[in-house]
Design a protein around this ligand. Sequence first.
Ligand code: F6P
Length: 542
Amino acid sequence: MTQTTSEAFSLLQQHAQRLADQSLSGLFRNDPKRASRLTDDVAGLRVDYSRHLLDQDGWDALFAWGEAAGLSAAAERMRSGALINPTEGRPALHSALRHRGCAEANDVAEAVSETGDRLAAIAEKLRAGHWRGATGEIITDFVNIGIGGSDLGPRAVVQALSRPDQQPVRVHFLANIDGAAIDDLLAGLNPAATVFCITSKSFGTRETLTNASSARRWLLDALGEDADMAAHLVAVSANVQRAVDFGVAEENILPMWDWVGGRYSLWSTVGLPIAVALGAEAFESLLAGAAAMDEHFFTAPLADNLPMRLGLLGAWHRNLQGAASYAVVPYANRLGLLPSWLQQLDMESNGKRVALDGAPLPQDSGPLVWGGVGTDGQHAYFQWLHQGTSPTPVEFIGVRDPEHPFDEHHRQLLANLLGQASALLHGRTEAQTREELLAAGRSDEDARRLAPHMTFPGNRPSTIIMLERLDARSLGALLALYEHRVYVQSVLWNSNAFDQWGVELGKTLALAVEGHLSADGAADAESELDSSLAPWIDWLRR
Ligand code: F6P
């Protein structure tokens, strides 16, 4: 008889209680093959999920929860274009941008391939030096103006895969509305040789439109009011009309669609900066890597399905171990923006408080995502990870083959990754610590006094994800793995991973405040001033 989700969850709670008495070190002692048994290779990624306090019975109970929650059916709902974003009445078809089967099943293959061709043509024209500015100069710089999903994905991929000195066209990203950002950027650019790409799904995002207006003004001031803006402005949007109204030539507008969420959109025309920086072929490889992960997600049985396994594991930590956050630590400098990309992906998707039917969620939903590159983090927050009072799962990401000639650096880098994972796992007892202090020549009294401070509790979980190499294909698979994991968790929590109403209120209030801050201030402002803000408005207008 199949279990209900609450029955499966209660059983899982019993396993969590049973396992609470065990230790990770003990699990490895009892099963020397544990590490290889709990490591999978999928789409160029090797994932080790042995470092979690779960034995086979525990995993089976997790799989039973996943089955009761209907994870495989949920994957099929995504593939077949069901309305899995019900509050916005849309499917979530980012997989259709890279997975032919999904595109065909949803009748979007033609649109996807046609816009893909247009994207490639623009990118290659720029890269070949055939795109000329209004005064005939070859374009040397391409600036993507966009924020959130219209920035983080392409920015993270370009940082991961391109060598700035090898870009035929330099690619820059402008997101923040802070005037300092555009001021610094423009200082290094030649208007006659710069193309701006205004990337905004809605073409209504204040930051992007303000930056785009200032960029256009800068171009017109430098090149003359009559300069041909078609030579300098490109747009990517699901609202083509708004882009036209802004003044972008229609032939320079690459469409995207409502069925691609902003934070899932780097695979769409939003990926134009990637193709400009790396070439259309590399962009295709990125899509192919993601497609391989899609195929795995749509077809692998639950217990072998990597996004499902990792999704269940994350929910285990959140709902059964009380972890409020997880840290993602790439031991790959070029993956430095991965934590920021993942932060939007995961937190905008699963930072939810109500279920699909609007009822308050009975359990916690998505955790806080944070992190940064190793080894730098080791000299900052790793103290907290090892000895702090809130055990927190860590995701280590590494790359096996370096793409640089500094082999000694790479050996040390990987040794640090593995060493840190082991320290979290095994820790060091107080008795061991005391012995080590004595062996190092410390007095009895010193050893007793210092040992508690130098003890590591261990038993702290981590996952290791290793890419064979940091190339477009593996990166595509990694990013798609995270996307699917986020969806899997929303299914477990019965919430919507594809809307983001939580970002709206602050935006609306900022607009109201803007009126009060303007030159003629309060007289102009239509809205009543919030009394908590009145002293600030007063002070700022002084
Ligand atoms: O922050 C809210 C948000 O709507 C994100 O979901 C989105 O990625 C970002 O703003 C940018 O939106 P747009 O692409 O419409 O400018």
